[in-house]
Each structure stands twice: as structure tokens, then as C-alpha cells.
Design a protein around this ligand. Structure first.
Ligand code: AMP
Length: 585
């Protein structure tokens, strides 16, 4: 399809998207828009950010809205506040020529009153995060009786952030006869369970991952010991003086740590993670978009709202557990016909993961050799010489200074002068790499997989320190570990905080959370309600047990949910938890 006018979209919508610079539908739009305008059959779309999926479901939803009716007709559920605001902004822009259509965002971690007022004024399209939607339904402020369309956006992320039960509760409030649209970057078993439960005879479409296996993205992996990851990262940045890329880390803690180190080492880098306020995130993303920053260190969730087309490199500081996430990450480079490089930093125990990605995706990795100090100095030196050769000389501006400069440098020969200029710029690299080691590790080398590595991993893990918090809801309020994790993730607007031991009692509960997130979480949840109870959350007087903690993601959640009440701290559980983490790391 070459043009939006080939669809049945009305002129008001066509004008709006034209004024936004959309010329032709993206592949997913070309498939979804005609279907949604003509049929109320459910739809599963395998699509990631950057494919134009918001307009794919947004434009038909706008057109199909009955403007005369002020009740909510389309409900969009999405995992994070940021995405919620982004979708609302996009839909508002697409519908700017349609009088009487109102789109409202409701999300956790913000005051509920203004959101209730906005709903009261009437919102035919509501974009919501699951926990807040549930809260508003309970308060009878979000009424879903007339909803004819439910969109589950980034369904995979909603599940991994612990919103499964909230989704169940919300969907049970909607009428049976409605259209359900599910968008997900990955199609896991859990997603398929949802589709089976809530969808009838769905058509399946996929946005061809433009970059998957495409010639314009080259995939490399470097093999080093875990302790040399950062050194390798610096070498990658140094051998690519014009790098413009994202470094993906697994946790916020790691994201901060790596970004701080890079900044201290004079790289043009910054961090993007869930601990930043919305304004801080916007500021970092803004600088990155404008290329004032060359390297952005980010978690997957935080980088979701970021849409940049001309990245040169994607670096996986750690390989993700799910190979689809690797594909998703690497798809951020090599866009719009440009070439890109996706790099995985791995250690010897991870060759299996590389093979798994290759098998699942058809991607072929090449093993790259870590650049030596000499390689880097050569590259940097020639880049510098190139710059000197091509620099634009502003004769008029520098003219007045030249006589003194000539006089001062008069004693140097041409050769000596060149040496001095180059050294002034270049000594940092020369001295840094003077005694550089070879940090390559071969597949057969033991690396750190033996006892020494195990010890290091234990030490690394011990570094995370946790706070134990009290919360005034328990099993009597239908709280269980999965819902608690969902509540925490929604408050933090992220799914990557380290959550530790969870003890659900009858009328109250305790849980451990990484220190770094404690204050933010207390602030976000204080005064919020859960199942009608105004939340009280405060540090517990008891000390947290050391050792057992896990990241707030799905695999742990399944285990949590098996155990209705009681402690996680018994020997077997702790052992099981540690085993899982080790497999992940
Ligand atoms: P999304 O995948 O919905 O997050 O969209 C990614 C980006 O593509 C957003 O910045 C949209 O504004 C933009 N976009 C969506 N559809 C089109 C289109 N047909 N032409 C050009 N840009 C688009």
C-alpha cells in the first residue's frame, strides 16, 4: 500500500497524519488499518516499538468512535506511565481535527484526583496502566460497560511486570462482545495463554521486523571474562570515535554504574533508567536525540519510549535471557536503510545463548576480536589526523593571533611541530593503552566459569543491599506476591528493580526492595489505594535477611504466586532462588 488514501480513513484523520509527515503506511499499518475498519474480529500483532503500531490501532479506533456518546469505547492498556503518555499524545494528535473526541491517560504513581475529573468529563478513548485502571474501576470512575475495543499494548511487558491478575480483573469488567487487539514484541507461552483465554479466532499479523537478519545489521560477539566487560566497552567506544549508540544493561543499578564510570572516564555518555523522574528522562532522551550524547546506557524498559533512527551501535553489556529481546534491541540500529552494528559482550558460559539466538532468529553472529591498544591508538590517531586535515580554517578569526603563535613555535621544525600537536591531543590514549592487556577469551578457555567465577558472582550479588518495607495490605485484601510485584513495578514505572523476600500476612505484608528504589517507591505508593485500602508503606523495623533477592520479573513471579502465604526465607526456597539467579547471570 503506497498511500493512506487507499484506506477508508476519513479526510480529517488523513489531514492530521499528513500534517505530521506520515506519507505512507508502515507495513503493520497497511495490514491492521483495513482489517480494523472493516471487521470486528480479534487481532494479534507481533510488533515492536518503532513499527508504527500506535497509529495502527489508534487511527481505526478514532474513526470508529461514536462522538455523540461520551462513554468509554476504547480501552488501551499498556505497561508504563511513559508509554501511556506517549500513546495518549499520539492519539490526541491523530484526532486533532475531530471535535468532541477525548482521549485520557490514567496511570499509577501520580495523583488520582485529576484523572478522575478527566474521566468524569468523558473520555471515549482511555489509555491506562493496569493497576491504576483497576483502582479506578473499583472506585466506579472508569466504567467499561460500553467498551467495544480493548487494546493490550506491549502485552509481553505487561505480563513480565506482574500485571496478569490486574488484566484478568479489568477484562472481566468488559462486555463479552468486543474486539480485542493484542500487540507484543515477543510471543511467549504466557502471551499465548492470554490470547487463548481472551481472544476468539484472532487474525494474526506481524510487522516484518525490518531489521531481522537484514543485511544492514551486522551482529558481532566479543568473548571476555566478566570482570573485563567494562574495559571492552571502553575499547569498543574508543575504536569507534563516531559511535552513536545504546548500551543495554540488565538492572538499573548496573545502568547507573556503567554510565557513571563512562562519564568519569570522559566519555560522552549518560544513563536512562526507571529511577529518573519523567523530566530527567525527557532531558536525557532529548540530548541523545539531538546527538549531544553519543552513548546512552539504558535498561530495556526505559529505552522503550525512545525512537531514534540512525544509531550506529547497539551494545548488549549483558545478553538478555530471552532471545527475542536481543532481536528487539538490535532492531534499533540499521533502520531506514542505514547500516548498523549489534554487539553482544559474552563470557565463556554464554556461547549457548549466542547459538540459541542464531537458531531462533536466523541471525548469524561473527566472533570479533577485542581491539588491542595498538589498534585503538592507530584508529584514533588517524581519526585525529583526518580531522586536522579537514577542519575548516577561519582565516579572519585566527589572523590576529597568528604572528605571536608563529613566533612562539618558530624553534620547532615541521616534523617536530606535527609531533607536538598530535601528542597534545593524543597522549591520553597513548598512555592509557601503553601497557594494555589482551582480554580476549577463547571458547575453550575456562574463563570465570569455575570456582573463581562462582566466588566473584557471589561477591557481586552480595553487593546489592535491600530495605525491608511494611505495607498495610495482605491476603485479606487479595494481595499475593504477583500483585505486590505489579504494584511495585507500577509505582516505580519499571520492571527492573531488585525485589527480595516477600511475606504476605493476612492484613499486612513485608517485602524487600533494593535500597536505591526505596524512597521512590514509598513516595509513589503513599496515599494510593489498593482494593479500597489507602496504602501505608514504611520501612520495617526488622532487618532484611541477606542473600535472597531477585529482579522483579516473571520467572520469579511464578514461584512467588505458588506460595500463597508465608516466608520465602526457608532454606529450600532461598536455595532455589539463588540457583535461578545464577543461571541468569
Ligand atoms: P510507534 O511504533 O507507534 O511507537 O511509532 C514509531 C514512530 O513512527 C513514531 O514517532 C510515529 O510518529 C512514527 N510513525 C508512525 N507511523 C508512521 C508513518 N506511517 N510514517 C512515518 N512515521 C510514522
Amino acid at each position: 500500500m503506497d498511500s493512506f488514501s487507499e484506506t477508508d480513513l476519513e479526510d480529517k484523520i488523513l489531514d492530521a497524519i499528513k500534517s505530521m509527515g506520515f506519507e505512507k503506511p508502515t507495513p503493520i499499518q497497511a495490514k491492521a488499518i483495513p482489517h480494523l475498519l472493516a471487521s470486528d474480529r480479534d487481532m494479534i500483532a507481533s510488533a515492536q516499538t518503532g513499527t508504527g503500531k500506535t497509529a495502527a490501532f489508534g487511527l481505526p479506533s478514532i474513526q470508529l468512535t461514536n462522538i455523540e456518546d461520551k462513554s468509554t469505547q476504547t480501552l488501551v492498556l499498556c505497561p508504563t506511565r511513559e508509554l501511556c503518555l506517549q500513546i495518549t499524545k499520539d492519539i490526541t494528535n491523530y484526532s486533532k481535527n475531530i471535535k468532541g473526541l477525548s482521549t485520557v491517560a490514567v496511570y499509577g504513581g501520580a495523583s488520582i484526583e485529576p484523572q478522575m475529573k478527566a474521566l468524569k468529563r468523558g473520555a471515549q478513548i482511555v489509555v491506562a496502566t493496569p493497576g491504576r485502571a483497576k483502582d479506578l474501576i473499583r472506585r466506579k470512575k472508569l466504567l467499561l460497560g460500553n467498551v467495544v475495543r480493548v487494546v493490550l499494548d506491549e502485552a509481553d511487558e505487561m505480563l513480565s511486570m506482574g500485571f496478569k491478575e490486574d488484566l484478568d480483573a479489568i477484562l472481566s469488567e468488559t462486555q463479552k462482545k468486543k474486539q480485542t487487539l493484542l500487540f507484543s514484541a515477543t510471543m511467549s507461552k504466557e502471551i499465548l495463554t492470554i490470547t487463548k483465554k481472551y481472544m476468539q479466532d484472532p487474525i494474526e499479523i506481524s510487522a516484518a521486523r525490518v531489521n531481522q537478519g537484514a543485511d544492514n545489521v551486522k551482529h558481532f560477539y566479543y568473548m571476555v571474562q566478566a570482570k573485563d566487560r567494562y574495559e571492552l566497552l571502553k575499547r569498543i567506544a574508543d575504536i569507534n570515535p563516531n559511535i552513536y549508540g545504546i548500551v543495554f544493561c540488565r538492572t538499573r543499578r548496573e545502568t547507573k554504574e556503567i554510565a557513571n564510570k563512562l562519564m568519569q572516564d570522559s566519555y560522552n555518555a549518560d544513563a536512562l533508567h526507571g529511577d529518573l523522574s519523567q523530566a530527567q528522562r525527557d532531558e536525557v532522551m532529548g540530548r541523545f536525540r539531538k546527538r549531544q550524547l553519543q552513548i546512552l546506557v539504558a535498561t530495556d524498559v526505559a529505552a522503550r519510549g525512545l525512537d531514534v533512527n540512525d544509531l550506529t551501535h547497539i551494545i548488549n553489556f549483558n545478553l538478555p535471557d530471552d532471545s527475542e529481546i536481543y532481536i528487539h534491541r538490535s532492531g534499533r540500529t540499521g533502520r531506514a536503510g542505514k547500516s548498523g552494528i549489534s554487539i553482544a559482550i559474552v563470557h565463556t558460559r554464554e556461547t549457548r545463548k549466542i547459538k540459541e539466538i542464531e537458531k531462533k532468529s536466523g541471525i548469524v553472529f561473527s566472533k570479533a576480536s577485542v581491539p588491542s591498544g595498538k589498534d585503538i591508538c592507530t584508529k584514533q590517531l588517524y581519526a585525529l589526523i583526518d580531522k586536522i586535515e579537514k577542519v575548516k580554517v577561519d582565516e579572519i578569526q585566527i589572523e590576529p593571533f597568528l604572528p605571536t603563535i608563529y613566533e612562539k613555535l618558530d624553534w620547532l621544525s615541521r616534523e617536530e611541530l606535527i609531533k607536538h600537536f598530535v601528542s597534545a591531543e593524543f597522549n591520553r590514549f597513548l598512555s592509557y593503552y601503553k601497557y594494555s592487556r589482551d582480554i580476549n577469551v577463547s571458547e575453550n578457555q575456562k574463563g570465570e566459569s569455575g570456582k573463581r567465577g562462582e566466588k566473584r558472582r557471589r561477591e557481586d550479588k552480595g553487593k546489592a543491599s535491600h530495605s525491608r518495607l511494611f505495607i498495610n495490605v495482605g491476603s485479606k485484601n487479595n494481595l499475593n506476591p504477583a500483585r505486590l510485584i505489579g504494584l511495585i513495578n507500577e509505582g516505580l514505572d519499571s520492571g527492573d528493580a531488585d525485589i527480595g523476600k516477600i511475606d504476605i500476612m493476612k492484613t499486612f505484608s513485608f517485602f524487600e526492595i533494593e535500597d536505591a528504589s526505596e524512597a521512590q517507591l514509598i513516595k509513589a505508593l503513599k496515599g494510593q489505594t489498593f482494593e479500597g485500602v489507602s496504602l501505608v508503606i514504611e520501612p520495617s523495623k526488622e532487618k532484611p535477611a541477606s542473600g535472597s533477592f531477585s529482579k522483579g520479573k516473571s520467572s520469579k513471579r511464578r514461584d512467588h504466586s505458588k506460595k500463597k502465604e508465608g516466608r520465602w526465607g526457608d532454606k529450600n526456597r532461598r536455595h532455589e532462588n539463588r540457583g535461578r539467579r545464577n543461571r541468569k547471570s
